[in-house]
Design a protein. Structure first.
Length: 144
């Protein structure tokens, strides 16, 4: 799914799912966001505009929109919801000493969506940014 960060430092990462290949890159400081592009393309397929707390709105080039939110009191579960607030994909990270994994809940509606792989990979990418930023002493994702 999320293959790798392309450089030791920086936020550019590559992901693939079911024959689709994307790159993710965060940007912005006052208006943090993540761009999604088809691999080797300069055109955005989607942009996830983020708030300082890590929630946001994903705007797809197709016109589809999804909310990205931290769920629960401690905010260790994350989810993409539709515009009505119905959870489509829930991701709960689990971190061991060496390995990072997650439990992913996919609704029946999300399982039929063409955006499924992109949403799961993008969600994991954003979680990794948030966790790394929190470990570095900040609770926001900003700065590229």
């Amino acid at each position: 799914m999320l293959r790798c960060w392309t450089k030791l430092f920086g936020s550019l990462a590559e992901a693939e799912y079911d024959g689709h290949h994307w790159t993710f890159k965060r940007g912005g400081f006052l208006r943090p966001h993540v761009t999604v592009r088809a691999q080797a393309s300069d055109e955005d397929l989607a942009v996830l505009d983020l708030s300082w707390g890590g929630s946001g709105l994903l705007r797809m080039r197709s016109g589809a929109r999804f909310r990205w939110d931290r769920i629960g009191f401690w905010g260790r579960r994350f989810a993409f919801t539709d515009e009505k607030g119905v959870e489509l994909i829930g991701i709960e990270p689990k971190f061991g000493f060496v390995r990072r994994t997650a439990t992913i809940d996919i609704s029946a509606a999300a399982a039929r969506m063409p955006e499924l792989g992109l949403l799961v990979a993008l969600g994991w990418y954003v979680i990794m940014l948030i966790i790394d930023d929190e470990a570095a002493g900040g609770a926001v994702i900003c700065c590229s």
